[in-house]
Ligand binder design. Structure first.
Ligand code: BES
Ligand code: MN
Ligand code: ZN
Length: 511
């Protein structure tokens, strides 16, 4: 799909479909819906007047109505796209609105879509950005393995902006970059385990890096042994597929001042999780192809970082393996030694994510990272704790969390911090080794997993994102296909950019 930004009046633009955003401006809870358009065009208001007055269209979020041959407007069709209540309008509704417009056009076989830039009090650069994010994300349908798939691709989406106001072009470009990055993540997560092995994940990552000018190294078994990554290797040893240790490096054009932050992005890349010898039940096991969604998020984030070029150094470490039961597989009761030197008693081979990440986090520190973030489909328990609306966030440093949270109004993603304090540490005490890989009880399973990771980051400021419940959408939305969500890409990119600001502004750094 091509995207274009034009500074032109929407009512004179010739297109098969022109999308106009609409909100419910009723303020009283019990008042009937009062749909109105986020437009200043008298022609468009006139063409939509009957539909708006009919009561058929309430402008709820994701609702659409189509008006054919609108009088006084050059477009062949007007598509009114609901964004919900005016009072609660935020960037996220506009992102979803952009997606809804595109997904309404697709099944109609239309190839060109135009979107009228909405009149809102929100910053226009951000508005342009989120609309293009929504449009880009909505383009994807997960039908690549269907031999009877129909080509419903949109060829061009045009954003029609009112006048050359500063920032719209930057926001537009950033939105395209972020959508492409998140779609890369989603397409990787969609791949079945037989296609996307750790080796193939390494190849695809290297290809992306070559395309955007990132340094990329892909290692395997030998390097794991050389680095003494006993925890990572223990997970991999039962699979016929070799592991992949992927290291991506982004160096800003101008070398940052000495002492500037070096950001480390660490991803769990289990390309299939059977549970190993502690094997999972068959029901739903096919979903465990998405156990590399944390790695996918980091790969997508690195792509966006390479294109957005923040002035901060970023290193990403991806730990990819397949968790299989086998004669050579690791077993409950085994004791392994992590790269950090800590010994780990394996209680459950299905708690494999924390094992690969323990070595990944430690390795990222040895590469010079001063701030760490990891993303992982780590525990089923996070879905029990938070449902499927918030990512579980854990950290050892409040300032780092603040930096992360500051990007959320723009990324539109939801995170909820859960505790990760020393009083939980007893859970991972082992009889025989330094620590064990699961808790003594099932309670607080996501916290136990975070406590395990915390053992390997030491004093380095760190955030752990448990995306297990959020990486896969079971239901389709008017703005998005069901399947891989690509969660965390946008928020991680904003977090990295928050350090770019710190690098440039010495006053802020001195605080
Ligand atoms: N990959 C799973 C977690 C998961 C569950 C991701 C559901 C996505 C959806 C992880 O490796 C796992 O198996 N965790 C265990 C930990 C337990 C053995 C302590 C779990 O959550 O049951
Ligand atoms: Mn597991
Ligand atoms: Zn797993």
């Amino acid at each position: 799909m091509d995207t274009k930004l034009l500074y032109q009046d929407p009512d004179t633009f010739i297109t098969p479909l022109l999308a106009i955003f609409s909100v419910d401006s009723a303020t009283d809870k019990d008042a009937p819906p009062a749909p109105t358009l986020l437009s200043t065009s008298a022609a468009i208001f006139k063409a939509a007047a009957q539909v708006l007055a009919s009561g058929e269209f309430k402008a709820t979020l994701g609702e659409t109505i189509l008006i054919h041959s609108p009088i006084g407007v050059a477009a062949e069709r007007l598509l009114l796209v609901g964004l919900g209540k005016l009072a609660s309008l935020s960037l996220d509704e506009l992102r979803k609105g952009g997606g809804t417009a595109l997904r309404a056009a697709k099944p109609r076989g239309l190839r060109q879509v135009a979107i009228a830039f909405p009149e809102t009090p929100l910053a226009s650069a951000s508005v342009a950005r989120v609309i293009m994010e929504g449009v880009g994300l909505a383009e994807i349908d997960y039908d690549i393995y269907k031999t009877d798939r129909k080509d419903l691709s949109i060829h061009t989406t045009t954003l029609l902006a009112p006048e050359k106001s500063v920032g719209i072009d930057t926001g537009f470009a950033e939105g395209n970059i972020l959508a492409a990055a998140q779609n890369l993540t989603r397409s990787l997560v969609n791949e079945p385990g037989n296609v996307l092995t750790p080796t193939v994940l390494g190849q695809r990552t290297a290809a992306m890096c070559a395309e955007v000018g990132l340094k990329c190294e892909v290692f395997s078994t030998e390097k794991l042994h050389e680095l003494k990554m006993g925890a990572f290797w223990s997970v991999s040893q039962g699979s016929a597929e070799p592991p992949a240790l992927i290291v991506m490096t982004y160096e800003p054009a101008v070398a940052p001042a000495e002492g500037s932050p070096v950001i480390g992005l660490v991803g769990k890349g289990i390309t299939f999780d059977t549970g190993g010898i502690s094997i999972k039940p068959a029901d739903g096991m096919e979903k465990m192809k998405y156990d590399m969604a944390g790695a996918g998020a980091m790969i997508g984030a690195m792509r966006a970082i390479a294109e957005l070029k923040p002035p901060v150094k970023v290193i990403s470490v991806i730990c990819s393996a397949e968790n299989m039961p086998d004669g050579k597989a690791f077993k409950p009761g085994d004791v392994v030694t992590a790269m950090s030197g800590k010994t780990i008693e394996i209680i459950n081979t299905d708690a494999e994510g924390r094992l690969v990440l323990s070595d990944g986090l430690h390795y990222a520190k040895t590469l010079g990272c001063t701030h760490l973030i990891d993303a992982a489909t780590l525990t089923g328990a996070v879905a029990i704790a938070l449902g499927k609306l918030n990512v579980g966030l854990f950290s050892n440093d409040d300032a780092t969390v603040e930096n992360f949270t500051s990007g959320l109004p723009l990324s539109g993603e939801k995170y909820w911090r859960l505790p990760c304090t020393e009083d939980y540490r007893d859970q991972i005490k082992s009889q025989i080794a330094d620590i064990q890989n699961t808790g003594t009880t099932r309670y607080g399973g996501s916290i136990t997993a975070a406590m395990f990771l915390k053992e390997f980051v030491g004093d380095t400021p760190w955030i752990h994102l448990d995306i297990a419940a959020m990486a896969w959408n079971d239901e389709a939305k008017p703005w998005l296909a069901s399947g891989p969500s690509g969660v965390a890409v946008r928020s991680i990119v904003e977090w990295v950019r928050s350090y770019a600001k710190e690098t440039l502004d010495p006053a802020h750094r001195a605080q």
